[in-house]
Design a protein around this ligand. Structure first.
Ligand code: GTP
Ligand code: MG
Length: 186
């Protein structure tokens, strides 16, 4: 039974666009329901047990840190991933640009064309801006069918944190196609 369980374990990974967009904070906020004042470069890998996840599947979350990991380690994680969350910071235009200039091509190069890995665009630090980044992100979503959904969130105010991980699970279990983009939730 444990084996079946393990093989069904989902393995999303969290990627950066630029450093410091808040990947580690997002994971640690999910786990502790509290915004951590200080975070390491990279969160420990965690498995969230099935009974506390909305879709009832054990979910394995892997952080990525450019400072602590080699490219080779990154590529290995990408090839093992069931879903990849590409995190940018809504107050950092460069980090949005890098989604298309760097991360999506890199992921496509490292994953099998036939077994598409769903991507989720995550705009973190929504507490720092007045208006949404959706206008910038929607054309990207429409261009790349592998992007399952996008979500704006804030590790700091806990906005949309549980939703983000729910979307990640859902993208693996019930892919819906490219056009679904949830409304910003206040
Ligand atoms: P690297 O691993 O170094 O690439 O960074 P990271 O993407 O893991 O970001 P990290 O979680 O280390 O956060 C970087 C900085 O942004 C820290 O000072 C966090 O406190 C801050 N931060 C993270 N999330 C938020 C957020 O939602 N809002 C605000 N205002 N700050 C945040
Ligand atoms: Mg980090």
């Amino acid at each position: 039974a444990i084996r079946t369980f393990m093989s069904r374990t989902k393995r999303p990974i969290i990627l950066t666009t630029n450093a410091k967009v808040g990947k580690t904070s997002l994971i640690m906020t999910l786990v502790s329901e509290e915004f951590p004042a200080v975070v390491p470069y990279r969160a420990e890998e965690i498995t969230i047990p099935a009974d506390v996840t909305p879709e009832r599947v054990p979910t394995h979350i892997v952080d990525y840190s450019e400072a602590e990991q080699t490219d080779e380690q990154l590529y290995q994680e990408i090839s093992k991933a069931n879903v990849i969350c590409i995190v940018y910071s809504v107050n950092n235009k460069k980090s949005i640009e890098k989604v298309t200039s760097h991360w999506i091509p890199l992921i496509n190069e490292r994953t099998d064309k036939d077994s598409r890995v769903p991507l989720i665009l995550v705009g973190n630090k929504s507490d720092l801006v007045e208006h949404s980044s959706m206008e910038t992100v929607l054309p990207i979503m429409n261009k790349y069918t592998e992007i399952e959904t996008c979500v704006e969130c804030s590790a700091k105010t806990l906005k949309n944190i549980s939703e983000l991980f729910y979307y990640a699970q859902k993208a693996v279990l019930h892919p819906t196609g490219p056009l679904y983009c949830p409304e910003k939730k206040e």
